[in-house]
Design a protein around this ligand. Structure first.
Ligand SMILES: [Zn+2]
Length: 438
């Protein structure tokens, strides 16, 4: 395997997420095929035939894992801000989503992938409409992605009646199962307030049959909880439990409104949580009890949510926000320390997606999803503690190189798999169309 090394990353710090932090001039990670082959000193000299991505003040770390996105919602970024979730959804987002097309979703997903790669994200877990287009965009970009077509009780602009939605999902599975692409298909009932119990159960049965993740919004707002209690006599988490749907396949996004008993219940059922602090702040949904969830043993990853409610996909921002927000919530500056936030954005996110055996840390044999940051910047100097610097001071724009599955997708901040200028031009045109939608 080591003879086949085609790429070496070299820097001064390595934050591996499973072996602490190493500081050493010329610390290197060698990549063979799609995997990490070796970690050591000055590997460029050992593998002179390999491409070298070197930076004397570089920090090498695993690529970030964004566990809850609606990538194509970048077409709505900044269109309707400063509104409550339900008004935002029903008056601004749903009417426009009803007019979405395959082309808009394809180009807006490409735009988001550009943004994600540029800010250090190498994997994302996406729930949206027209997801054949999102999957196509991810495959073209060489991005690792979990993608699922959203289900709800009303007709979809993508597939029309629900029955067709299940056929659409089956087609996605058959296209990407064993395809060798980096795309994994998931099953995505939108939420308990948009999906009947029968739909939730049918979606869960599909996820079980396909051994896929079941990605759902859960307990995002007080309104969702009240509505669920009025309709079913129990809270959203207890509603899913009653339906027998809580298990290790479930990725529950938001989980803002959970009580202690529900946290214990989700932990017992080994549900995974996608924590989206900035979206929850912007829509004034509340603060998820993420520190309590971690204390209870729940696996918690960090997600940006769609960029219409954030309004960006920069996971460095999101980590920093998560780390600070829980300190305020708890009146405790030791809550959600830098290490916990960094873990939630890397290895923790990989655990949420059931992929920690492949991604989330820098270890020999794992897939080569790696980023290298240039720390020679005024806002990152001097360097006392790399983990602190990554969470509290670094920005997505500090990422110099990015590698996904052994392939360089950004070299010296230039994307190698996507034509960024063409994507920006297309999205300017699409933006004008989206603004005119009523
Ligand atoms: Zn969401």
């Amino acid at each position: 395997m080591q003879q086949d090394v085609q790429l070496v990353l070299s820097g001064r710090w390595l934050v591996s997420m499973n072996g602490g932090v190493r500081e050493e001039a010329g610390i290197s990670v060698a990549v063979a095929g799609d995997s990490i082959a070796e970690i050591g000193s000055n590997l460029a000299a050992k593998y002179p035939q390999a491409e070298l991505l070197a930076c004397p003040h570089g920090l090498i770390m695993p690529g970030l894992v964004n566990v809850h996105t609606h990538a194509a919602m970048s077409c709505f970024r900044g269109l309707a801000d400063d509104l409550p979730l339900m008004d935002w959804l029903t008056q601004h987002i749903f009417p426009r989503e009803a007019q979405l097309t395959k082309e808009i979703v394809y180009h807006a997903t490409l735009l988001s992938i550009c943004e994600m790669i540029r800010s250090g994200t190498t994997s994302f877990n996406d729930m949206y409409l027209f997801t054949k287009e999102a999957a196509r965009a991810a495959a073209e970009a060489g991005m690792r992605a979990w993608i699922g077509e959203v289900f709800f009780d009303f007709p979809s602009p993508c597939y029309g009646e629900l029955e067709n939605g299940f056929a659409y999902a089956e087609e996605l599975f058959s296209t990407y199962e064993d395809s060798g692409e980096l795309v994994s298909i998931t099953v995505n009932p939108h939420a308990v307030y948009t999906c009947s119990p029968a739909l939730l159960q049918r979606a869960a049965a599909l996820a079980e049959r396909k051994n896929a993740l079941l990605h759902i919004h859960l307990a995002e707002t007080r309104d969702e909880v009240q509505g669920c209690v009025e309709k079913y006599g129990r809270t959203p988490a207890r509603h899913l439990e009653q339906l027998g749907l809580l298990n290790e396949r479930v990725v529950a996004a938001h989980c803002v409104m959970l009580d202690e008993e529900e946290i214990a219940l989700l932990a017992r059922r080994r549900v995974k949580v996608a924590h989206c602090p900035e979206s929850n702040m912007k829509l004034a949904s509340g603060i998820a009890p993420a520190q309590q969830m971690l204390n209870s043993g729940l696996k918690v990853g960090i997600g940006t949510d769609g960029s219409a409610s954030n309004n960006d996909l920069d996971m460095f921002n999101e980590m920093s926000t998560a780390a600070k927000l829980h300190k305020v919530r708890e009146f405790d500056p030791t809550a959600m320390n830098a290490e916990s936030a960094l873990c939630a954005a890397t290895l923790g996110g990989a655990e949420v997606l059931g992929a920690a055996d492949r991604i989330g840390s820098v270890a020999v044999g794992k897939k080569a999803d790696l980023i290298l940051l240039d720390l020679r910047q005024p806002h990152l100097c001097p360097l006392h503690n790399p983990v602190s610097q990554l969470v509290y001071a670094a920005k997505g724009s500090d990422v110099l190189h990015s590698v996904i599955n052994g392939r360089v997708v950004m070299r010296d901040r230039r994307l190698t798999t996507l034509d960024e200028n063409a994507i920006l031009a297309e999205m300017e045109r699409i933006g004008a169309t989206v603004r005119q939608m009523r």
